[in-house]
Design a protein around this ligand. Structure first.
Ligand code: GZL
Ligand code: ZN
Length: 368
């Protein structure tokens, strides 16, 4: 009865919130972090929230108050990067038994078929909620329809999908296009009109993080006729992939002066390859390195001047997902999209309107 009631309630509220916000295409707008307590019945047009801070932990504790546990199936991308490890840990800490959840976690190991099968198993097991961090944006309509037909609300987290937005409750994640544009804007500021021959180590093929960062960076590169993007290949968001692609780039190109790595682990691989080839990089080297994620080690390299600019993407997002589930359980309207805000960091000695200059205090103050 509980499960059916919870799902029925959620279904009802989804209709209400869809009506309230006119479908899932509400334009994102700024908003404060969600209140720890259930917000007053917001019948006004809910706007997508741009979150500053993850909601207080007690946002994740609401279900225990009702005495029932909530079953959540989480189909995670894989374990390809330090960012992913931090994101997984955050979900496991948030959707804990102590907080009133029963989490079924599947690491899809960057395999689309495994991820789809995991979601179908969650449907079979009649989970109360399903969270998906989609490996790729494509291929989701059918299984999302199956989940909706089964009355199971789905949250798309971290990345996004090319699917009808009425097939899922909400999308939570960083603005990848903005991240790419931040990287490009910083590079334009840093080069100040100087030529650039750029190599790009992209993230995994078809991922919204890859597509967005590439689109955003290219938006800015198009404004700089003095820049040339020599090549762009996928390093799969892994250190091995970054090293492999950088080794092949070094064989093919001799005049590059910028390497854009779409996550920190690829940057570590690229640095290994450049070290082996005797190519210098960073603030005192011949090659500028731009990275994404701003994980602890990535920011250590930035503090050390090895990475010139590191654009953050905050992995601590589970609190937002728990807040959506709490609201659905309580019959409150939810937001169609939650953009997790991030910032950028640059090496000591660099000042920028787009980024924070790294210091030991900045590094010590990081949550991941
Ligand atoms: C970004 C996330 C990306 C990270 C990578 O939100 O999807 O996937 O940038 C991770 O480190 O592999
Ligand atoms: Zn220019």
């Amino acid at each position: 009865m509980k499960k059916k009631l919870a799902v029925l309630l959620a279904g009802t509220m989804v209709m209400a919130s869809l009506v309230a916000c006119g479908g899932n295409d509400a334009a994102p707008a700024t908003n404060d972090a969600p209140a720890a307590e259930p917000a007053a019945e917001d019948t006004a047009e809910p706007e997508a929230e741009v979150e500053e801070e993850a909601p207080a932990d007690d946002a994740a504790e609401a279900p225990a108050a009702s005495g029932d546990t909530i079953s959540v199936g989480f189909a995670q991308v894989g374990h390809e990067s330090d960012w992913r490890a931090a994101n997984t840990q955050n979900y496991q800490d948030t959707f804990s038994e102590a907080n009133g959840y029963e989490l079924s976690f599947v690491d899809a190991d960057n395999d689309n078929a495994v991820q789809l099968e995991a979601v179908r198993n969650f449907i079979q097991q009649e989970m109360d909620y399903i969270c998906i961090a989609p490996i790729e944006t494509a291929g989701w309509d059918t299984v999302l329809q199956e989940a909706q037909d089964a009355g199971i609300p789905v949250l798309i987290v971290d990345r996004s999908v090319d699917a009808d937005a009425s097939l899922y409750e909400t999308q939570i994640g960083c603005d990848m296009v903005a991240e790419g544009e931040t990287a490009g804007n910083w590079l334009g500021e840093y080069l100040d009109g100087a030529d650039a021959k750029i190599l790009v180590i992209e993230g995994s093929v078809g991922a919204s993080a890859t597509l967005g960062r590439t689109e955003g960076f290219n938006n800015i590169a198009a404004q700089h006729s003095e820049w040339e993007i020599l090549d762009s290949q996928s390093g799969d968001f892994t250190q091995a992939g970054g090293q492999e692609v950088m080794e092949s780039f070094i064989k093919s190109y001799s005049d590059f002066n910028v390497v854009v790595c779409q996550n920190d682990n690829e940057a570590y691989g690229a640095m290994d390859a450049m070290d082996a080839a005797g190519i210098t990089y960073g603030v005192d080297g011949d090659v500028i390195i731009i990275s994404f994620d701003a994980t602890h080690d990535g920011l250590q390299y930035t503090l050390d001047g090895k990475i010139n600019c590191n654009v953050e993407c905050n992995p601590l997002q589970a609190g937002f997902a728990a807040d959506v589930i709490r609201k659905l359980q309580a019959g409150e309207a939810i937001d169609a999209q939650t953009i997790v805000t991030d910032e950028a960091f640059v090496a000591p000695g660099i000042t920028s309107q787009y980024a924070v200059t790294m210091t030991q205090e900045v590094l010590d103050g990081r949550a991941y």
